[in-house]
Design a protein around this ligand. Structure first.
Ligand code: MN
Length: 167
């Protein structure tokens, strides 16, 4: 090998190592030495009150996996008491909501207020300003699956004003 070719050879070695690393990230189906399952028990995850700056009204949040698996979405069950809601916000990599109880509301900035019921699901694309919460006369619970980009999954904005069109 000549000096001239050395940098290329070094790059090839780096590439080979990267490929080997990528290959090892997915275990063979029967490889019992691969990382195991994570079972996050219900009693280890008490619901906590939503941060006042991020919500209006009474909201409780229970993270579903502790800790969130690195590189995967965060998951939470969120209960909104009647009339409670998030402030306006965006998600840098998007969010999926699945309603598991009650009657809810969701609205994107400039769009109509939509009613949500049991089993309804919503995909909120990256960067779309929106809020979600309970109907005025009903509590609502949803599962939130929130994608992460560079370690961040939400940017909180201003509170939802009465003239923003929500009931
Ligand atoms: Mn959201």
């Amino acid at each position: 090998m000549t000096q001239r070719n050395a940098p290329l050879a070094a790059n090839s070695a780096v590439l080979a190592a990267a490929l080997a690393g990528a290959a090892s990230a997915t275990a063979a189906p029967n490889d019992t030495s691969a990382p195991g399952l994570t079972v996050a028990r219900a009693e280890q995850k008490p619901a906590v009150a939503g941060a006042p700056g991020n919500f209006t009204g009474a909201v409780s949040v229970q993270l579903l996996l502790l800790p969130d698996p690195a590189g995967h979405p965060s998951t939470a069950e969120v209960r909104f008491e009647p009339g409670a809601r998030t402030v306006w916000h965006t998600h840098p990599a998007g969010q999926t909501l699945i309603v598991t109880a009650g009657v809810g509301r969701v609205q994107r900035w400039g769009g109509p207020v939509e009613t949500l019921g049991l089993g309804d699901a919503v995909w909120i694309p990256p960067g779309v300003k929106h809020w979600h919460g309970a109907a005025p006369d009903s509590a609502m619970t949803h599962i939130a699956v929130t994608e992460t980009l560079d370690g961040k999954n939400v940017d909180w904005l201003e509170a939802v004003a009465p003239d923003d069109g929500h009931p």
